[in-house]
Write a protein that binds this ligand. Structure first.
Ligand code: URA
Length: 244
């Protein structure tokens, strides 16, 4: 199920805001019935007409981006900063990121115009595993890292158990490289988890998303997902499957 204005926007005939206006003006019908209020949701089989003309759904597309630092995970930014869709200028479809990486976080980000697919992957119950590598200030002892494995109390609740691995440490510089695998997708979750155990994050990168990784890509590179990868992601999310 997707919001009507979003489906109209994704069909490429109007922006989301313009689509809302068209709905309020009574110019949109769903299965022959005029809709003039926002909030209605539709499925892939509903017949939607705008000004009496049936809309055609865009062909769904799926991409993987190695997001650089200093880029917003959105399709537009009111402050004119670089956004992830700037890396897809040749793509006709209105794609948007599935979830978010912070402005200062680099790494693997998926983009699509398929709302149902995006919702499936972002649903808290079905979220797939993501592997992050963080450079932090200080050298956390084993017992401290264990706290992250058990789950840690943040202001928006306790985190689910995570998998944690110390990859390397620099005694002279007093920094460590930590790998953290989580399946939740709360706002700034990795940074907040590491800060909660007293270690500020200096650098953060998402290296894996389910079975997908960044092998062969450089920062700023993108590639289309294969139909098989899309199928596997769907199946993984549907089964709530994790990689550990
Ligand atoms: N956790 C964070 O803190 N930042 C991200 O970008 C992703 C996960």
């Amino acid at each position: 199920m997707e919001r009507l204005q979003k489906v109209i926007a994704h069909a490429g005939i109007a922006s989301r805001r313009k689509a809302e206006e068209l709905i309020k003006e009574g110019k949109v019908t769903v299965n022959g019935k005029t809709i003039n209020e926002l909030g209605v949701k539709v499925t892939g089989t509903d017949r939607i007409e705008v000004n009496g003309v049936k809309i055609e759904r865009e062909e769904p597309v799926y991409f993987l981006l190695y997001k650089p630092r200093g880029v917003i995970s959105a399709s537009e930014d009111d402050k004119g900063r670089k956004v992830v869709t700037d890396f897809f200028e040749e793509v006709q479809q209105r794609i948007y990121p599935i979830g978010r990486l912070d402005y200062d976080t680099s790494g693997l980000l998926l983009l699509t115009n398929d709302g149902e697919f995006a919702n499936l992957l972002m649903h808290p119950r079905y979220e797939v595993d993501k592997v992050y590598v963080a450079k932090v200030k200080g050298i956390p002892p084993k017992e401290t890292l264990k706290k992250l494995e058990r789950g840690i109390q943040l202001e928006d609740g306790k985190t689910a158990p995570a998998k944690v691995k110390m990859l390397s440490l620099d005694k002279r510089k007093q920094t460590s490289i930590i790998q953290l695998t989580i399946h939740e997708g709360r706002n700034r979750q990795v940074r907040r988890m590491l800060e909660a155990i007293g270690h500020e994050v200096l650098k953060l990168k998402r290296e894996e998303y389910g079975f997908l990784n960044l092998h062969g890509l450089r920062t700023g590179d993108a590639r289309e997902l294969t139909p098989h990868e899309v199928k596997r992601l769907r199946a993984m999310a549907a089964h709530g499957k994790t990689t550990f």
